[in-house]
Design a binder for this molecule. Structure first.
Ligand code: HEM
Length: 321
């Protein structure tokens, strides 16, 4: 199977119809891994390490009261990976002596659960360095959710440094329309009732120029300029649909909420292999209100993308349906 077809067959296409508006689009996770391990695993683990080496400011956060949540996250993540990808990950528990094997990274560590001194990093950093997802851990108190821990190397234009310690409606502050529509009030009430062992999921989308995962505010100087480089000639290769698969998982000891985000990118050239998706994206982009175009950072190249889509016919014969 060619890489393009593989990419498209695994892609979580976000649009159920021809227009898009914010809503509380949350679904249960049934019989599915919480964390995904795909063909980009090694590239993305290396990229995460490169970014963290430049400095953890704005990229990694664990407030002191999140210690239990860190261990919770480690436990849930190890169990999920070992259950869904047993050929790559194994967890052996003998009382509180645990052995974790990650064959993909050729790594094996034995440690004592709840004893930080037995791991090479603090627990949340240790396990997050081994997955492709960005992860936020939210403390639940005072009838609210607080952004009190996280690892964020691949964000869509936001900053963990800026949002540190904020409440749910505060860190959603910049999003247009959704506050007035009552979306965040409803979403927060829902999230606060998520139960242990019953995770939920939602998709979020935007677009990105070049196959770049790190579009953080911290690295804006490196990528901001790229939005102005899109032309009709390079559009298919440069412009990517960017979809986040987000999960909402209640953690057992701390009662914190874990929020992993897996980001998938697909170029417009690849998307052409699915005619239904290509046509739908075209209609969504045409119908997208100006304030959402602006918020999603598409202002400089949406019209070029629409012109390109109208000139390039999808190629159904290459796709598997
Ligand atoms: C608890 C987990 C969540 C966290 C940590 C989180 C965090 C964020 C952050 C940091 C942003 C970017 C805001 C900015 O521009 O600075 C964002 C955007 C957004 N969030 Fe959440 N969020 C969570 C859950 C949800 C849920 C459950 C919904 C359901 C409606 C939602 C809806 C949105 C929407 C609609 C946007 C705008 C995205 C876009 O148009 O590209 N979020 N979220």
């Amino acid at each position: 199977m060619s890489n393009s077809i593989k990419a498209i067959n695994n892609f979580p296409f976000p649009f159920a119809d021809d227009s898009y508006m914010y809503s509380v689009n949350i679904e249960p996770v049934t019989d599915e891994a919480l964390f995904d391990v795909d063909e980009h695993y090694h590239t993305e683990i290396k990229e995460r390490d490169r970014i963290l080496k430049q400095g953890k400011q704005g990229r990694y956060l664990t407030l002191p009261h999140m210690r239990d949540a860190q261990w919770d996250a480690l436990e849930v993540m190890m169990n999920d990976l070992a259950t869904w990808f047993p050929e790559s990950f194994t967890l052996t528990q003998k009382g509180d002596r645990w052995t974790w094997e990650n064959k993909k990274l050729d790594l094996q560590d034995t440690f004592t659960f709840l004893d930080e001194a037995t791991l090479p990093y603090e627990p949340f950093e240790y396990i997050s360095r081994q997955v492709q997802e960005d992860i936020i851990l939210l403390d639940q108190r005072e009838g609210d959710l607080f952004m009190d821990a996280g690892i964020l190397t691949f964000p869509a234009s936001w900053s963990l440094g800026f949002d540190e310690g904020m409440r749910f409606e505060e860190f959603h502050g910049p999003v247009p329309r959704a506050h007035e529509m009552g979306v965040f009030k409803k979403a927060k009430a829902f999230l606060m009732r998520v139960e242990i062992g019953k995770p939920w999921t939602r998709l979020n989308w935007t677009m990105t120029v070049n196959r770049r995962l790190d579009t953080s505010l911290e690295s804006y100087a490196d990528w901001g300029i790229e939005d102005s480089t899109v032309t009709l000639e390079n559009c298919g290769e440069k412009v990517h649909l960017r979809v986040e698969v987000q999960r909402f998982v209640r953690l057992p000891r701390s009662n914190a909420l874990m929020f992993p985000i897996h980001t998938y990118l697909i170029s417009l050239n690849e998307l052409l292999l699915k005619p239904v998706w290509t046509k739908r994206l075209e209609k969504v982009l045409k119908n997208l209100p100006e304030d959402l175009v602006e918020y999603k950072g598409l202002s400089l190249y949406r019209d070029t993308v629409l012109a390109w889509l109208s000139q390039n016919e999808p190629q159904p014969e290459l796709a598997s349906s």
